[in-house]
Design a protein around this ligand. Structure first.
Ligand code: 13P
Ligand code: SF4
Length: 319
């Protein structure tokens, strides 16, 4: 619509005037993904969002995603201004892992190397030896296992369980989950696969084990996109937030992408897999923060050096 185009035009101008760049996740509204790409920013998984934000010369980062992504950007670039369309956009994994409870959990396992998923607060990251995202968690834990480490893992139990099964590492798991991916249903997925026997199944590892077990490829959002490009198939069933469908369909108009079934699936809502916090990001919010400078992400400066260490370690490992 004309209003949408006007909003985008205004945002483009302000990005230039404010020396700002957009960093968007694949689960946010298509407008925020396309605009980020068009204006020299990035749309990517959480690992590459972190790296891009750290390495880009712009003085201001506009992060469209959820709170932990903004915090990671700030931790890696304390001198940059980090703005988010809505500071209340959190994540069930972050909410489900309070820093004090996590400290108590750690105390019970002092002999273990602490590996923490990026979907956590700065105060939890500051207690970690390693931060990982879904794109590198498997490789990092495998390397730690080979070096003789026992692992304390938090907070996603499904991703932790998947890594444990794949690597055979000795892991104790925090029992958190993602409200979106936890809803994918194995039985209904089997039925859909019978309907489309030629389909390849792409699964984000925050999904339950019985769903992961049916995957042709398990990986982060970027790895799912990569698999759609490289696998020799025309039909895909995708078990991740349906924000992902935009980029998949845009890159591959000749291929069919079906959403994996969730508990909410019905005739009208074939899949209801969309993160309520990712959905809080919109063009209006981006324009507002660029105009006002409001919604700046702050991280306790006392936490930054300690939280930065395990994130930098991950970025170096994956460089
Ligand atoms: P990715 O790192 O795969 O982009 O995942 C982030 C996330 O929040 C998944 O739900
Ligand atoms: Fe967190 Fe799940 Fe939303 Fe990702 S999709 S931000 S893991 S609640």
């Amino acid at each position: 619509t004309a209003e949408r185009e006007a909003l985008k035009a205004r945002i483009r101008t302000l990005l230039r005037e404010r020396d700002a760049v957009m960093v968007s996740h694949y689960y946010v509204h298509p407008d925020l993904q396309d605009l980020a790409e068009e204006t020299g920013g990035i749309v990517s998984d959480s690992l590459e969002m972190a790296r891009f934000g750290r390495d880009h010369p712009a003085r201001t980062l506009v992060v469209s995603g959820v709170r932990f992504m903004g915090e990671t950007a700030k931790i890696l670039s304390p001198d940059k201004t980090v703005l988010m369309p809505d500071l209340d956009a959190t994540c069930s994994l972050d909410v489900g892992c309070p820093p004090d409870d996590f400290a108590a959990f750690r105390t019970q396992h002092p002999d273990r190397t602490v590996v923490v998923y990026a979907n956590t607060s700065a105060a939890v990251k500051a207690q970690a030896d390693w931060v990982v995202t879904s794109s590198c968690a498997l490789d990092i834990v495998r390397a730690l296992k080979d070096a003789g480490h026992k692992i304390l893992w938090a907070p996603d139990k499904h991703l932790g369980g998947y890594i444990q099964r794949e690597t055979g590492a000795d892991m104790v798991l925090w029992k958190g989950s993602c409200v979106v991916h936890d809803e994918f249903k194995a039985f209904e997925l089997e039925a859909l696969r019978r309907e489309y026997p030629e389909a390849k199944v792409l699964v984000h590892p925050e999904s339950p084990a019985a769903v992961v077990a049916q995957a042709d490829v398990v990986g982060s959002t970027s790895q799912i996109l990569q698999a759609a490009a490289t696998l020799d198939a025309k039909v895909f069933i995708v078990a991740t937030d349906n924000g992902m469908m935009h980029k998949l369909r845009q890159r591959h108009p000749d291929k069919l992408f079906l959403e994996a079934p969730t508990a909410g699936s019905s005739a009208t809502c074939k899949s209801c897999a969309h993160c309520p916090w990712m959905a809080m990001n919109g063009l209006r919010g981006v324009l507002q923060v660029l105009e006002t400078g409001l919604n700046e992400v702050h991280v306790d400066p006392a936490l930054i050096p300690r939280a930065r260490l395990p994130i930098e370690r991950m970025l170096a490992f994956t460089a």
